[in-house]
Design a protein around this ligand. Structure first.
Ligand SMILES: NC(=O)C1=CN([C@@H]2O[C@H](COP(=O)(O)OP(=O)(O)OC[C@H]3O[C@@H](n4cnc5c(N)ncnc54)[C@H](OP(=O)(O)O)[C@@H]3O)[C@@H](O)[C@H]2O)C=CC1
Ligand SMILES: Nc1c(N[C@@H]2O[C@H](COP(=O)(O)O)[C@@H](O)[C@H]2O)[nH]c(=O)[nH]c1=O
Length: 357
């Protein structure tokens, strides 16, 4: 394999572009188109499930700028796909564009999307993989684990006080975080297929668990399909509970096992789950190694007592601590109004998920 200096630089840039995407049902992918002198002609990245893939995004950017890409090189962080999902196959779009060479980082090992490199080569496009493959694989290591194990990608979100409580001593929790933080959390809801909460939260909060205040939300002029609202636990959700709604997108799963919830949801086509708590349910996903992304909103308030954000993780001494790291994709930390938003992912050494092997 021979990659020139411009291709190596472009792959680094493509990895940075990939990090602009959002984690969830699809992997983070970036793409750069180079001319034969190694100059960047166009760039693209994938913005999440249902939007253009990075390759198509870069091709569209080039087309919009009137750039002729025939005979040029595309550098992309993941092997171009060969399947028609919510968007068309990238390998065919590349072949159709006349691009002469494709350099990719990691192979696409998903059963339905794999085979893009072979399709490109068969069409006469010079195709080489493996450049910075480790970086690309690490960028999507939790997404890959979810795909490998036939389960949805899991985001756990919590809103806590500065001293790590999700509810005060009397069980009150509305609201710990600011309107700005709660508005930000609506974005998490909008990009997932299902929202999971426990029966305890239903009893305490009577939540709606809906997407609101954005195009396609329940309060929009033409509402689109909402994420599925899922309650886990054995206590029957009351007929009057707001979470039941009227659109038929409510489901109770009578279990305490996160793996059972995930396999049931995967069978229904759910590829991204948002776990909204409470602490009992969130901790169960963490304990099982079934949390791929953690978003923690921390309000500058002290409660001194109450429900800890996470408990019962099976950690009895410091060396057993779950290891997480700040996730540059999506912004590791930033202020949302007066509150701090942290985004983390498990380190590759952390407990890998335990289902699906
Ligand atoms: N700040 C925040 O981000 C949030 C705060 N809250 C607050 O947290 C509190 C509710 O949290 P919490 O009491 O932990 O309730 P949960 O919503 O986590 O629900 C816990 C209940 O769900 C069932 N259950 C489901 N899975 C498991 C499991 N793996 N292990 C044990 N039980 C399970 C059990 O009920 P069953 O007997 O029915 O099976 C259990 O009592 C409220 O005060 C609420 O206001 C809630 C959500 C978010
Ligand atoms: N208390 C608390 C949160 N709580 C979460 O929000 C749910 C309410 O959802 P809804 O009824 O759809 O508005 C509630 O049941 C719990 O899951 N979220 C936050 O961002 N900040 C907060 O301070």
């Amino acid at each position: 394999m021979a990659f020139n200096a411009a291709e190596k630089t472009a792959m680094g840039q493509a990895l940075e572009l990939a990090r602009r995407g959002v984690r969830g049902a699809n992997p983070l992918v970036g793409a750069v188109i180079l001319n034969n002198d190694g100059a960047v002609l166009a760039t693209g990245w994938h913005r999440g499930a249902g939007t253009a893939h990075a390759e198509a995004d870069a091709l569209a950017t080039a087309a919009a700028a009137g750039i002729d890409v025939r005979g040029t090189t595309m550098v992309v962080t993941l092997e171009p796909c060969s399947h028609t999902g919510r968007t068309g196959p990238c390998s065919q779009a590349i072949i159709g564009s006349g691009i002469g060479r494709v350099v990719y980082a990691a192979a696409d090992t998903t059963s339905d999307a794999a085979g893009g490199a072979a399709a490109l080569a068969a069409a006469g496009v010079e195709t080489e993989g493996g450049l910075m493959a480790g970086e690309s694989r690490e960028l999507n290591h939790r997404w890959s684990a979810a795909v490998r194990e036939n389960r949805p990608f899991v985001t756990v979100k919590t809103a806590q006080s500065l001293d790590g409580h999700t509810a005060a001593a009397d069980g009150t929790s509305q609201w710990i975080t600011s309107p700005e933080a709660r508005e930000d959390a609506q974005e998490l809801r909008a990009r997932c297929d299902a929202i999971v909460a426990g029966t305890g939260t239903v009893q305490a909060d009577n939540p709606r668990l809906t997407v609101r205040g954005r195009p396609g939300a329940e309060d929009a002029a033409e509402p689109l399909s909402q994420p599925l609202r899922v309650v886990m636990g054995t206590t029957e959700v009351p007929a009057s509970a707001a979470v039941r709604g009227t659109d038929g997108r409510f489901l109770q799963i009578h279990t305490h096992d996160p793996a059972v919830v995930l396999s049931g949801l995967h069978a229904r086509g759910v590829r991204h789950v948002l776990v909204e708590g409470g602490a009992t349910v969130a901790s169960a996903f963490l304990r099982a190694g079934l949390a791929d992304e953690l978003v923690v909103y921390t309000a500058p308030k002290l409660l001194g007592a109450g429900t800890p954000s996470f408990f019962g993780l099976g950690v009895s001494t410091l060396t057993e601590a779950q290891a997480w790291r700040f996730d540059a994709a999506g912004g590791a930390f930033r202020l949302t109004g007066p509150d701090l938003r942290l985004q983390l992912e498990p380190t590759p050494e952390n407990n890998e998920p335990t289902i699906g092997h």
